[in-house]
Design a protein around this ligand. Structure first.
Ligand code: WT7
Length: 694
């Protein structure tokens, strides 16, 4: 972590980070319930510009000796040594790590940094599909399973590295035959089927830049993104399966393309077999084109800084924000993080539940694992189909060893009940991971106990679409974990918690999370808008990358992410991270999930409104509202007491599982018209929340 001495501008805040003691060394985990610190309100210090941290988690879990003994990074001493070297001489460190990937021509310079524009491994030539496929297909791994795929209806396909080489090469030739050239943009709008990674890898094989648009987006959202990228081809399917029903894709593509003149060709995979319109001359069936394509397609060498993909991320304004990633640096960091964070070994079976429509799917379903020659499990559908045990069945059946999912999913598993995972044999698992949101300690403990049998380390990995790869994370054989903390920076990454002016805050205080030094997987720009890139990421806190997240760093150098700073609530001058109040609510036995938002309040500035989903079997009754308010006061302090509690069957979420607090804010403040809902997963949730109001 950062080495600069904190300059206290105001007295330290609430949370007294407690030095972990016995539990770290003992075999038995610390007691289930931590002792909470004194209520926050007692230390209140008036108005402040920083975020106050009130969460105080003291449990700690050291890596087991047996896990550590075999790990790539086997001790905290080794972790420290690596980090020290990486921070002192980042170029030497990353230059050495870059040897994990195959270069056609070596780079001349590790880093060319003209803030805020970085060039990594300049002068180097490589090909990404050659790294993910050819170099394994050329060895005994030719017959190793690369992708073990399961469709939602239960159909299965296994592709070895040899198969993948053939299919990727054929589809690369198809793209060429359609006139797609190096540097062209290809939009990909597909279900989670094997043709999706094949399409990605085929683009990289010829140097085309892909832009995956999540299959749940509307035609309108798709059109905006195609137009912004000026894509010349679209790869899609007739539809896909989700929750037992067909999700139509091709009709959305037709609607989108009517307003997207750059598109010349559409390739359609037949997945559901439903009747669709095929526009002569423009639309082609995948199977027809591939049938006639040669399985030989030499990988095109590209510059390290060649644009690999554009991925659109939820901006607050209407204009899509296309995050641009390039080839060499991205591959170096995804390859290395997959190996060290997931402690990946030859025989592992890696199951990341993310959709390839999100960055997690790009980096940890496709590129990171395949670059390492791993076996990846890929699943098409919903976790609850045909019953809430689907993931556990998949784990049992394919003997999954590493499982990587999101806190929102874990909270859903909790809500559905531990009886589901208990029915299946999960003993193949050896490591668990989470990503996407802060994980509340209760969910972390449940995950560890019910899925990991108190045996598997948990890696809580913090990163962003913009960072390309994991940034803050435990290395499981080295770093003792604390529930709810992403723990330490990955070697070579330099995060810090600062004030609005960029000054470090004291240990334990809340502040803004920044990254001090460039890293190989970082975004290079916003597609077509370098000014926005500068403004959004590099200008808010001068001279440094601002993540948009609030965080605190405790005395042990552990990072605790408090969520987006936009989600902060200002109660009588205290800026509270909503995540911590949510965490307190979820620690109540009856609560499955909670979302906390502000509502304007004449007296306090903002009042705290909590939307709460109960565990199955519990009923919403008024007495419970008071009990929950008291519970928050007990856990955190009077300052965080919710002014209003609303029960709800479900919370509005994006399709990647993030709670859309923006919509809840509107509902809480009684606004009639609600902002952009195109990324909302289930519109009926909103209608129900509205009814609640009546
Ligand atoms: C934002 C990035 C990175 C892949 C998926 C999301 C939040 C992500 C964690 C974590 C706490 C997390 C942050 C971040 N986030 N991982 N382990 N602990 N918060 O990518 O959609 O770009 O979102 O997700 O707020 O900034 P994304």
């Amino acid at each position: 972590m950062a080495t600069s001495k904190p300059k206290a501008k105001r007295p330290a805040v609430k949370a007294k980070a407690t030095k972990p003691k016995a539990a770290a060394r003992g075999r038995k985990p610390a007691p289930k319930r931590p002792t909470k610190a004194a209520p926050a309100a007692s230390a209140a210090s008036g108005a402040t510009t920083d975020i106050e941290s009130v969460l105080n988690e003291r449990r700690i879990f050291a890596p087991s000796a047996s896990f550590a003994a075999k790990a790539h990074v086997p001790s905290i001493a080794k972790h420290k040594a690596l980090s020290k070297r990486a921070v002192e001489n980042p170029e030497a460190f990353w230059g050495e790590m870059a040897k994990n990937v195959d270069w056609i021509k070596p780079w001349k310079k590790v880093l060319d940094w003209k803030p805020p524009f970085a060039r990594w491994f300049d002068g180097g030539l490589l090909n990404l599909s050659a790294n993910c496929v050819d170099r394994h297909a050329a060895t005994w791994r030719k017959n190793k399973a690369a992708i073990v795929w399961e469709g939602e209806p239960g159909d299965e396909r296994v592709l070895t590295y040899g198969d993948l080489l053939r299919e990727v090469s054929r589809f690369a030739n198809v793209l060429k035959s359609l006139g797609v050239e190096k540097g062209d943009r290809v939009a990909i709008y597909m279900p989670m089927i094997p043709e999706l990674p094949i399409a990605l890898l085929a683009c990289t094989r010829i140097g085309a830049t892909h832009s995956v648009i999540f299959g749940g987006f509307s035609a309108e959202a798709l059109r905006d993104r195609i137009n912004d990228a000026q894509a010349t081809a679209v790869i899609t399917a007739d539809g896909g399966w989700r929750r037992g029903a067909e999700v139509a894709l091709k009709p959305q593509v037709d609607a989108a393309i009517s307003g997207a003149p750059s598109v010349r060709h559409v390739v359609v995979v037949k997945r559901t077999g439903t009747a669709i319109h095929m526009e002569p001359g423009r639309d082609h069936w995948w199977h027809d084109l591939v049938e006639g394509a040669s399985p030989n397609c030499p990988p095109e060498p590209v510059e390290s800084e060649h644009p690999l993909f554009i991925l659109y991320t939820s901006g607050t304004t209407g204009k899509p924000k296309g995050v641009v990633h390039t080839t060499g640096g991205y591959l170096v960091q995804t390859t290395l993080t997959t190996k060290w964070v997931f402690d990946l070994k030859e025989k592992d079976v890696f199951f990341c539940t993310a959709d390839v429509g999100w960055v997690t799917g790009h980096s940890y379903v496709v590129y990171g694992p395949l670059a390492n020659g791993a076996t990846v499990v890929m699943y098409e559908g919903a976790p609850k189909h045909a019953d809430p045990a689907r993931f556990w069945k998949i784990i049992e059946k394919h003997r999954v060893t590493i499982f990587y999912t999101a806190p929102t999913a874990i909270r859903a598993f909790m809500k559905w009940g531990a009886e589901w995972p208990r029915k299946y044999d999960l003993s193949s698992l050896r490591l668990l991971g989470t990503v996407g949101e802060p994980i509340n300690p209760e969910a972390w403990m449940w995950y560890r106990r019910e899925i990991g049998a108190d045996r598997c380390p948990i890696v809580d990995t913090w990163w962003q679409t913009e960072t390309g790869a994991i940034m803050i994370t435990p290395l499981p054989g080295a770093v003792p974990t604390k529930p709810g903390s992403g723990t330490l920076p990955f070697p070579g990454i330099v995060p810090e918690v600062v004030t609005r002016d960029g000054d470090p805050v004291p240990a334990g205080s809340g502040g803004l999370l920044v990254i001090r030094k460039p890293w190989p997987g970082m975004l290079r720009t916003i597609h077509g808008d370098p000014e926005r890139y500068k403004q959004q990421y590099w200008s808010q806190i001068p001279g440094t990358y601002f993540t948009g997240d609030g965080a605190r760093c405790d005395k042990d150098g552990y990072f605790w992410i408090m969520g987006r700073v936009d989600d902060v609530i200002n109660v009588a001058g205290h800026r509270l991270g909503t995540m911590e109040i949510e965490s307190a609510l979820v620690s109540h036995t009856r609560v499955a999930e909670a979302a906390v938002v502000p509502r304007p309040d004449d007296l306090k500035g903002q009042a705290v409104v909590a939307f709460v989903t109960l565990e199955s079997g519990y009923h919403a009754d008024p007495a419970l509202k008071d009990e929950l308010k008291r519970h928050v006061v007990k856990e955190i302090g009077a300052i965080a007491r919710p002014d209003e509690i609303r029960f709800s069957d479900a919370l509005p979420k994006t399709r990647s599982g993030k709670i859309m607090r923006r919509l809840l804010r509107d509902i809480a403040s009684g606004k009639q018209s609600i902002g952009d809902t195109t990324t909302l997963e289930d519109l009926s949730v909103l209608a129900k929340l509205r009814e609640e109001e009546e």
